[in-house]
Design a protein around this ligand. Structure first.
Ligand code: HEC
Ligand code: HEC
Ligand code: HEC
Length: 447
């Protein structure tokens, strides 16, 4: 039993404790309220940068929570799983300090010291400025919802399973260091170069790779291999350098901007993985940033990639009318023209011109005329849809034909498209189609 004095003492103590706790809370609240506006700005800046870096694309599994990892990435060395980068304390990066985060982004080394595979584009993100790293860190620790989702183990076969090998790889192939401003160029050009080489990691797909999987060039300073076009995951990422027919030489700057914002122009539509890049990343960039990217890309000289045809040779206009005339007359003498009439004509029309921003124009189209037909074959076998963006919400789709056309029919129709209306790219063989079909595991189900 407590005496009345004890009870009074206790309640007085309790009152003191409550007052102290309350005061402490008030102080904490006031300092938080003071710090909040500045850090909120930083968090929002980080959200923008995360989009520019397309972190969500790799770090979100199909049907998974944003940034919670677990997406299997199909790389030439095997399947590598992305990890949980939400601020969950146990399974995410909740225990990462600002320095730990910097070490991942700049060096490819995780908090516990293990080396990451360059499927995580730290080789590009290394170019980030300190301010941008701080903003990204603020977003991933304060803006993103923590999600409990344990990482899946990546199991490559030996010797690639030894992550320490990546330290050797880094020593040989990885150019460390923040983006170095080129003082001879404008601020806009430098902004564009910074975005393309760094967060945008455009070269991770568009630059050809060497024997050890390293990109052959990391910037325009390395010469004509930078952004010279490359094949990955059964798509061909066309050159972004100044080549006439296969690169961006003929594209005005505002067309590059339009493509990155909407995924479609009067000239081409984004397909496959580039459609995803536009949908998840570039559509959110501001106009000045998109213009800066265009400014930089337009300054690149023509590339010199192996296997590139005579890109600057003149187009033959007479072929144009021949194919169109034959299709209109229902004359199917030209190999592949019958398949075109049956499967493609309804949307892409007999003169190949399609319909503006709805069905892409196939005439002098960079995807159609690419030296490497991988994307074309992939597209016809598996189909694709344009990104649905804020400014162009309709996600128009190209149907998949792999289930009803044979390898030979696909080869014929693509050879026809690549040789008609003034296009003059090399034909596509049955074996080339067969290889892509096998690697996509698409069966023909209709006889
Ligand atoms: C092209 C795919 C890709 C993109 C884009 C990408 N990542 Fe990654 N990231 C990965 C993969 C794969 C791993 C795991 C690599 C491994 O296990 O070796 C990883 C690992 C990480 C890790 C290490 C986490 C851990 O487990 O300790 C962090 C942090 C990270 N990424 C942050 C980011 C941020 C921030 C962005 C955007 C700016 C980003 N990533 C964009 C593929 C990607
Ligand atoms: C129902 C309409 C439709 C039909 C039929 C169709 N396509 Fe397409 N095609 C599209 C759409 C829509 C796109 C854009 C897809 C995207 O951006 O992901 C497209 C894209 C393309 C592209 C890429 C152009 C670019 O600029 O990226 C080529 C090449 C192509 N189609 C060829 C063909 C061929 C060959 C056939 C017949 C075997 C065919 N298409 C049948 C609607 C169609
Ligand atoms: C994940 C791989 C990937 C990344 C990252 C990527 N691209 Fe692409 N891109 C492709 C592929 C594949 C194509 C070819 C298909 C198409 O034309 O849509 C392409 C096509 C393009 C085209 C159309 C070129 C043409 O001649 O038709 C432009 C422009 C482009 N990309 C710009 C960029 C820029 C700028 C970046 C960086 C901000 C970038 N891409 C990052 C894969 C990628």
């Amino acid at each position: 039993m407590k005496t009345p004095e004890q009870i009074a003492l206790h309640s007085r103590l309790a009152a003191v404790v409550i007052t102290v706790v309350f005061a402490a809370l008030m102080i904490a609240f006031c300092t938080m309220a003071q710090a909040a506006p500045a850090s909120q700005e930083l968090v929002q800046r980080g959200a923008y940068l995360a989009r520019a870096g397309d972190c969500i694309a790799c770090h979100t599994a199909r049907e998974g929570q944003p940034f919670a990892g677990g997406l299997p990435l199909n790389t030439p060395i095997g399947i590598i799983y992305s990890t949980n980068i939400t601020p969950d304390l146990e399974t995410g990066i909740g225990r990462y300090s600002r320095d730990d985060f910097e070490k991942v982004m700049r060096e490819g080394v995780a908090k516990d010291g293990h080396h990451l595979y360059p499927a995580m584009p730290y080789t590009s993100y290394a170019r980030l400025t300190q301010e941008d790293l701080s903003a990204l860190y603020a977003w991933f620790t304060q803006g993103v919802e923590p999600v409990h989702n344990p990482n899946r183990r990546t199991r490559l076969s030996w010797p690639l399973s030894m992550r320490s090998l990546m330290a050797v790889w880094n020593g040989l192939y990885f150019k460390k260091g923040e983006y170095a401003v080129d003082p001879d160029k404008s601020a806009e050009w430098n902004r564009g170069a910074y975005l393309v080489q760094g967060l945008g990691h455009c070269g991770d797909c568009h630059t050809p790779r060497g024997i050890a999987g390293q990109v052959k060039a990391v910037s325009e300073r390395d010469g004509g291999r930078y952004l010279a076009g490359a094949t990955l995951d059964n798509w061909y990422a066309s050159p972004l350098a100044g080549d006439l027919e296969t690169g961006l030489k003929a594209w005005p700057k505002d067309e590059i901007v339009e493509f990155l914002r909407t995924g479609r122009t009067a000239r081409v539509a984004a397909i496959g993985i580039m459609s995803e890049v536009v949908g998840k990343s570039t559509q959110y960039l501001t106009d000045p940033d998109l213009m800066a990217i265009a400014e930089y890309l337009k300054s690149l000289p023509p590339s010199f990639n192996e296997g590139q045809g005579n890109a600057d040779s003149a187009m033959q206009a007479s072929e144009e009318s021949a194919a169109t005339r034959a299709l209109r007359a229902g004359d199917t003498g030209i190999p592949g023209s019958r398949d075109y009439l049956d499967n493609c004509n309804a949307c892409h029309r007999s003169d190949g011109s399609g319909a503006k921003r709805t069905f892409p124009n196939l005439v002098k189209n960079e995807v159609v005329n690419a030296s490497d037909p991988t994307s074309l074959i992939h597209l016809v076998l598996a189909g694709s849809s344009m990104p649905s963006t804020q400014t162009a919400p309709s996600a128009l789709a190209m149907p998949d034909f792999g289930w009803r056309l044979s390898d030979e029919e696909v080869a014929d129709v693509l050879s026809f498209v690549r040789g008609s209306w003034g296009n003059h790219a090399a034909g596509v063989s049955r074996d080339e189609v067969g290889r892509v079909r096998k690697s996509l595991a698409i069966q023909k189900t209709v006889r």
